[in-house]
Write a protein that binds this ligand. Structure first.
Ligand code: IVH
Length: 679
């Protein structure tokens, strides 16, 4: 076969275009048979001319090397998740929050024209992010914890709907979902059953499991689809999300065929209603709808919490329900002292998992349900949400479970805060179950990472009276450990090494997260530690402010830290018992300083920038220089933005937002000046 290199490239391009027609437009113009013949031809050319082969060639989807692990990928713009609503009242509350956030008066006859939503099915699959450089797929990553994901490029390439090359040579990052259709899932399971292999539980877990297989050849055999639903920095391509979705299809990125716009509350409400029936018709599992504010300018004004954007919400479809019998009631004491009832159930299958326990949240709920031993109850589970007991359908006893008056663990009389439903064990310092839960949490992954310090060892240390608080871990001796049943020479040595390593490798953010301050999780702790780099700095702040004056204000300056969280931290840090433990930690060498952020520490440290408009250098380059000086680049202007870097043809929306939030606007020359200033 004699072909030229340009004929080869044309053929590769032609197949790419057929792929797009099939997966993006669902309107192929050639048969599968013809497609396969062209692909075969491409393969043959590649065999005779291996040096011509391009990475984006449709014949290069399946790599041949199994991987040993997936490299980590750290992203600048975390993949957030979505806040959930389960009924119309909650959805209405979201809508009202959006209106308030945007200063739109619902009574204004013009209100309807000022806000548009996009309604999309919420696909119950596996979240991924694709990065295209000059239009060619460069990276596919999992969501992971939002900030750090895994590089699964080799696997995603095998999914035929994932374009390897776009119709524009753009740099763009898009996010979406990989999933299996119900029909494909059923077929896969039939084939497995016939081959005597174990069948899979549900399409979602199967898709997730498939993406994490180490051999791309195996992944290629799993029938998977992809739908993309967000572009990072979408405002580069259009003013609103709906237009961006159209642009995505235009360049070859598959989006859902079921996305729609809603212009008024009534419209939104009607669409949500219609979906209750329509969802059954979808070929894949959807666990709800995602409702997003369309305008990027409005999204910027609404901003985000550390977990969720305030401009979008997931509206979950009513969940599957089953009934089962309550065998017993267990009483749990959490690490913050909350005493919660848990129903022990006769095991029952619901939404693909076996449920044996259900949290009852608080004692008011037990009372309201009038729940007793042997009662048959109605259970509900929505997606990943913990099963809920909705009501008693058949009573077996007239003896409802009663709320305890004392802590099941330390027998201290329980307290209940005025107006709150939570019963609490006030014995924070020495209640064994609270201590156990907080020790375990302190040692856990993502916190202090003390290898080998699990529930059983924590329990043994507490039982032996060797540990009374987390600081005591750092004065354990080998002799003490050897006196316990659980330890021999080696295991004692290992634990001490792990504890010392945790002390030496800790960062301030991990220590802060490990202390388990209510509401302050890992993400918030990292944000705080970027501003206050050690416990000393944070304590200096609290000691320089009077109670309820200044601390909350200072903390909420930090992106991602809200009022409620700041108040919780203030309460924690002002507690004398906390201070005792913190002092002991310092005394015992646990006093980490937060390392310099990946963006580097420089004179722009702590400053947040938004870049917009046309500039003389590529944005990615400008972003790098800002980061090298310690600054952070985000996509939307909010009150937490310090500078808006505005190039030519800057959209009015960004400038208005900057004005509204008092953000300083820099032209390129001014930015260069700022970058040139050293500390
Ligand atoms: S938007 C910041 N749109 O649901 C916006 N997410 O619970 C975040 N998901 O992590 C995502 N369909 O994996 C968005 N049409 C859709 C979606 C969708 C499914 C998943 C996604 C996300 C999770 C949030």
């Amino acid at each position: 076969m004699s072909v030229s290199q340009s004929e080869y490239l044309e053929l590769a391009m032609e197949l790419t275009e057929h792929n797009r027609r099939y997966y993006v437009e669902a309107a192929p113009i050639i048969s599968d048979y013809e497609y396969d013949r062209l692909l075969e031809k491409l393969r043959k050319i590649e065999q005779s001319h291996p040096n011509w082969v391009v990475d984006w060639s449709p014949a290069q989807r399946v790599g041949h090397q199994p991987l040993s692990s997936f490299p980590k990928v750290v992203r600048d713009e975390p993949m957030l998740s979505l806040d959930n609503t389960y009924d119309e009242a909650e959805l209405k509350a979201f809508h009202d929050r959006v209106l308030r956030g945007l200063d739109i008066d619902p009574a204004d006859p013009q209100a309807a024209s000022q806000l548009t939503y996009v309604v999309e099915p919420k696909i119950d699959g596996f979240g991924i992010e694709l990065t295209f450089e000059s239009g060619v797929l460069a990276l596919a990553a999992t969501r992971g914890d939002g900030t750090t994901g895994e590089d699964v490029t080799a696997n995603l390439r095998t999914v035929r709907g994932v374009p390897l090359r776009l119709r524009q040579e753009v740099d763009v990052v898009v996010r979406g979902e990989v999933y299996m259709t119900r029909a494909d899932f059923a077929k896969l399971n039939q084939a497995r059953a016939a081959a005597g292999e174990e069948t899979f539980k549900n399409p979602r877990n199967t898709a997730a499991g498939s993406i994490k297989l180490l051999d791309p050849r195996q992944v290629a055999e799993r029938p998977m689809h992809v739908t993309l639903y967000e572009v990072v920095d979408g405002e580069r391509f259009a003013r609103g999300h709906f237009e961006v979705l159209a642009w995505m299809r235009e360049v070859g990125l598959p989006t859902s065929a079921h996305n729609s716009e809603a212009h008024t509350w009534d419209d939104l409400h009607q669409q949500v209603q219609d979906w209750f029936e329509r969802r059954q018709l979808l070929p894949f599992e959807a666990d709800g709808l995602v409702i997003k504010v369309n305008s990027f300018e409005q999204r910027a004004i609404l901003g985000a919490t550390s977990k969720f954007p305030r401009w979008a919400i997931a509206y979950k479809f009513p969940a599957e329900r089953v009934t089962t019998v309550v065998v017993d009631l267990e009483i749990n004491v959490g690490r913050t002292g909350a005493v919660t009832p848990v129903a022990i159930l006769e095991p029952v299958d619901i939404s693909g998992t076996t449920v044996k326990r259900a949290s009852l949240h608080n004692w008011d709920q037990v009372q309201r349900l009038g729940l007793g031993r042997g009662d048959r109850v109605l259970l509900e589970k929505a997606g990943e949400i913990i099963p809920q007991v909705l009501e008693v359908v058949k009573r077996a006893s007239d003896q409802a479970f009663e709320a305890p008056t004392e802590c099941p663990s330390c027998h201290t009389t329980l307290t209940r805060e005025e107006g709150k439903v939570v019963l609490t064990c006030p014995n924070a310092l020495s209640c064994p179950e609270q201590l156990l839960a907080s020790l375990e949490f302190f040692a856990g992954r993502g916190q202090m990472n003390i290898d080998g310090l699990g529930t059983k060892i924590c329990q043994a240390l507490l039982d032996a009276g060797l540990v009374h608080n987390v600081a005591d871990l750092f004065i354990l001796t080998k002799k003490q450990l050897l006196a316990l049943d659980r330890f021999a020479e080696m295991s004692a040595q290992n634990l001490l090494v792990a504890i010392a390593a945790a002390r030496d490798n800790a960062t301030f953010s991990r220590l802060l997260a490990a202390l388990g301050v209510p509401l302050v999780g890992g993400v918030a702790a990292r944000a705080i530690a970027q501003r206050y780099r050690s416990m000393n700095e944070l304590l200096a702040l609290i000691d320089s402010t009077r109670p309820d004056q200044g601390f909350v204000e200072a903390l909420t300056e930090i992106d991602g830290i809200g009022n409620v969280m700041a108040r919780s931290l203030e309460k924690f840090l002002r507690d004398p018992n906390t201070r005792t433990v913190l002092a002991l930690l310092v005394e015992r060498g646990v006093n980490p300083v937060e390392p310099v952020a990946p963006s580097g520490q420089g004179h722009l440290n702590g400053n947040t920038f938004v870049i917009t408009g046309t500039l003389s250098r590529p944005r990615s380059e400008i972003k790098k220089s800002i980061e090298a000086a310690g600054g952070k680049v985000v996509t939307s202007v909010s009150k937490k933005t310090d500078y808006l870097v505005a190039g030519e043809k800057t959209g009015k929306s960004k400038l208005t937002a900057a004005e509204k939030h008092g953000v300083e606007v820099l032209d390129e020359a001014a930015l260069d000046g700022l970058l040139a200033q050293a500390e």
